[in-house]
Design a protein around this ligand. Structure first.
Ligand SMILES: *Cc1c(COP(=O)(O)O)cnc(C)c1O
Length: 455
């Protein structure tokens, strides 16, 4: 028996270019609109927030975009990441399905997020940016960007959702260890934050509020600071495609090609990172892989939201994009998969769901922790609660294969480990976790706040 458990690539096989789905989109892109005029934005407007190289990537029609050598050098600290064959999970489920997972938890901060953080820090440094501003919910994105900024000698201001700042001190310490400044949002550092604190001194914050503060801090800095976003935008999803490009090579080494590719979705970046290179083969080479995006039932933008133009942030100062949204004023229940609590979804993922290229599923919180526990006991890795949403669907599909006897090949993205999420596992084990009801009324109320646009 010489059946491998994992497929590893040498550093020399690290991809040299990112894959840009803009080149293959089956539908034309919707315009990005200015939040005040509601007319299509110009690169000039975006350049207040982003360096020109990233704006060009955002709009680029080129299928392949070269990964700069300094970025590849840093990627090599943990990339290529391993592709595992989940043999022990297959056995535990007694399924004929073959299950593979790409493990992004081997990065220094434990998730896929440095794949774009390092690239964004590099392009900002190259264009003379002195400092970055960003938001973070549970702290995964903030810690990835903090590491990247320390590598490129950039200052970083992190606006961290206040409730997480108070409940997750270790993520804050991690960011500070890399040299970042971390503030509990809403803060008194911005107009918007001060206004909210006047109305409600105990405001617990939300991701949308923290984005508004980070955007304001960059926009009012006279060009010294730029803003950085960890998901949703085209260039972010593109940077993550190293995941899927490596997986293609690794699956080839395993002699398999997936019938099904699964990822969890918050803003869509880890999902797109694994899935888009397979979507590319579906769209251009006649492959027929089913591609499934999994979201929490309590923040169901793809399965219960509207495909509409909406603001990227709560204050309505970020650009308006066409996406599946629950309304920019919607504040989702406090589920433990903090990375999946965004009101919208990446425009390209949204367009592909609308077009029928990608399927969407929603799963409840308790069932995801049950799946996470099954996975940990079989494979040893304790998954991030976000990633466990993908695992829930993979296990369900593998059990379906058991019933039908089909030997399907399933690949999913294990976007991170759960070592910083022990409080959530503790709550699950104590029986203190709940399934939140679908927040129909809150969503309905938020949907009345969508901007009226002429497009
Ligand atoms: C942030 C995060 C997510 C969700 O963000 P996406 O942009 O949708 O990938 C998922 N998994 C982990 C481990 C995360 O840290």
């Amino acid at each position: 028996m010489n059946e491998p458990y994992k497929y590893v690539l040498p550093e020399s096989e690290l991809p040299k270019a990112w894959y840009n789905i803009n080149a293959d989109m089956p539908v034309p892109p919707a315009p990005v609109l200015h939040p005040a005029t509601r007319e299509p934005v110009t690169p000039d407007f975006l350049s207040v927030l982003f360096p020109m190289s990233l704006i060009m990537q955002e709009m680029s029609p080129e299928r392949w975009v070269e990964i700069p050598e300094p970025v590849r050098e840093i990627y090599k600290l943990w990339r290529p990441t391993p592709l595992f064959r989940a043999r022990r999970l297959e056995k535990a489920l007694d399924t004929p399905a073959r299950i593979y997972y790409k493990y992004e938890g081997v990065s220094p901060v434990g998730s896929h997020k440095p794949n774009t953080a390092v690239a964004q820090a590099f392009f900002n440094k190259q264009e003379g940016t002195k400092a970055l501003t960003t938001e973070t919910g549970a702290g995964q994105w903030g810690s990835a960007l903090a590491m990247a900024c320390s590598f490129f000698d950039l200052d970083l201001e992190v606006y961290m959702v206040k409730i997480s700042y108070e409940q997750k001190p270790y993520r804050r310490v991690l960011m500070q260890t890399y040299g970042a400044q971390v503030f509990a949002s809403p803060t008194d550092r911005t107009h918007y934050g001060r206004r909210l604190l006047e109305e409600e001194p105990d405001n617990p914050g939300s991701l949308g509020i923290a984005i508004s503060e980070a955007v304001e801090a960059a926009a009012t800095s006279g060009g010294r600071k730029k803003y950085s976003l960890g998901s949703v935008l085209n260039h972010v999803l593109m940077h993550q495609t190293v995941i899927g490009l490596e997986a293609l090579q690794q699956l080839e080494a395993a002699g398999d090609y997936p019938d099904l590719v699964v990822g969890c979705v918050g803003g869509g970046s880890n999902f797109a990172g694994l899935a888009y290179p397979f979507v590319h083969r579906n769209l251009t080479q006649g492959a027929t892989t089913r591609i499934v995006a999994v979201e929490p039932a309590s923040c169901p933008s793809l399965t219960r939201g509207s495909y509409a133009f909406d603001y990227g942030d709560t204050a309505g100062t970020a650009p308006i994009v066409k996406m599946y949204t629950l309304g920019h004023t919607f504040v989702p229940p406090g589920i433990h998969a903090g990375g999946l609590r965004y009101h919208g979804m990446a425009p390209s993922v949204s367009a592909l769901v609308e077009h029928g290229t990608i399927e969407a599923r929603a799963v409840p919180q308790l069932a995801t922790f049950e799946a996470a526990t099954t996975f940990a006991r079989a494979e040893g890795i304790v998954p991030a609660p976000e990633s466990a949403h993908a695992i829930r669907v993979v296990i369900d599909e593998a059990l379906r294969c058991k019933e039908s006897g089909e030997r399907r090949v399933i690949a999913f993205n294990l976007s991170g480990h759960g070592h910083f999420d022990m409080a959530a596992y503790d709550a699950f084990q104590r029986g203190a976790l709940e399934d939140y009801a679908y927040p129909a009324e809150a969503i309905e109320a938020a949907m009345t706040q969508l901007p009226a646009v002429a497009f």
